[in-house]
Design a protein around this ligand. Structure first.
Ligand SMILES: [Zn+2]
Length: 87
């Protein structure tokens, strides 16, 4: 693991030794932020893919919607996933 550098203010590095517990918690937070950024990027990519695939599949989806929801009050509809409720 790379050694983290700490600063009091921009261009004013901490010269002494910070408490180990603080450094560990700080590193854990930084690691969590990286995971969050990666998950956010993956989520955006998945949304973009879903939009493309929906566009490509919309004739089939709309045909199924017409069969299953013939008097639809909402007009054109895009299905969305929802967890089934347990009885
Ligand atoms: Zn409908």
């Amino acid at each position: 693991m790379t050694q983290e550098r700490y600063y009091w203010h921009p261009h004013q590095p901490v010269r002494g030794e910070l408490p180990a517990a603080y450094k560990e918690a700080s590193a854990a937070r930084r690691k969590a932020n990286v995971a969050l950024e990666e998950a956010d990027a993956a989520s955006l990519k998945a949304y973009a893919t879903l939009d493309k695939v929906y566009t490509a599949c919309s004739p089939a989806i709309e045909a199924l919607h017409k069969v299953e929801c013939p008097d639809c009050p909402w007009g054109s509809s895009r299905p969305f996933p929802q967890k089934e409720e347990k009885p």
